[in-house]
Design a protein around this ligand. Sequence first.
Ligand code: NAD
Length: 340
Amino acid sequence: RKLGVALVGLGSYSTYQLAPALQDTQHCYLAGVVTGTPAKEKEWADKYGIPSANIYNYENFDAIADNKDIDVVYVVLPNAMHADFCIRAAKAGKHVICEKPMAISVKECDDIINACNEAGVKLGVGYRLQSEPYTNEIKRVVREKPFGEVRYVSAEAGYRSRSNPDQWRLDKALAGGGALLNMGVYAIQGSIYGTGQNPISVSAQEFSTDPEYFKDTDESISAQFKFPNGATGNIFTSHSANVNRHYSAFDNGWLELNPANNYGPLSGRLSTGEEIKFPHESQQKLQMDDFALHVLEGAPNKAPGEMGKRDMIICEAIYQSIAEGGRTIDLDLGRMGIVD
Ligand code: NAD
């Protein structure tokens, strides 16, 4: 059986990535949509053959509880709206995929996790790279240690954004933060799966070159991590620079991906001169099929809510460090168990 997925929020990610990917998924399909724009109702119904009974708006959304076609609600709204719609989806008895960043505070992540637990529904975060083969090759090299112990990781994620000063990503109330919450979560994730450990401390700096454009949200942030085995990590995230790279250094070699976190094809190499090469597939397709198999067969949840919460704890510590002039903030994430 294929699970029916309803996309909530038909912006660019739903339109250009998720809906096309759902045409190729094996274990789920695009069954419904939730949109606040009436014109999109007909457009999406025509394009994807969605019956009118499976089309909702933000007001009548809760009636999705009675819709047997919809198994999974995928929340693809501005970050500050994730918690509200994920909690409503859980209360409607639907499994939930929440886009990254999971929410705009650790408290909201807890609220989503609790709502899903109380409703007995599954929760995944839209971390597409967790289902992606190059990313999993990093994890394999870290785990199997062909180059020995990891000593350093560097992860960069960002792009230059200047085209639309009115976008919600520049509005703290809707975005919760700037480059860090938008792209920095990829660099944070890279530093963790690039060492196989959760960081034990972080210190961070913010850089601003365009305070007019970025009056409400962070433009660029650099952060340094310490890991339990003594390894160090450096991350950089930006809305001013196109950066997209992963580097893990081991006792006897290194691994690099560049690009490391866009939609692909990704590219990578090892210190031996070998290329890292996998056939390109839609990351979103892999991600949504992995989540569907988690729901249908109890396969591992590649990006559980606790992972999204962990990353939000780190984001809050980074903002705290910046607010306190770069002070080192201790982190206690080991107990969370997730080192992917
Ligand atoms: P977008 O601006 O293109 O779309 C946002 C959608 O939300 C639009 O349909 C808009 O109409 C709707 N919306 C509802 N209320 C709104 C409000 N008050 N203000 C603004 N828009 C409102 O954004 P997007 O790029 O599709 O991003 C949506 C979410 O998906 C974000 O959380 C983002 O971080 C995430 N995302 C993830 C990836 C990924 O690779 N995993 C990529 C892009 C976006």
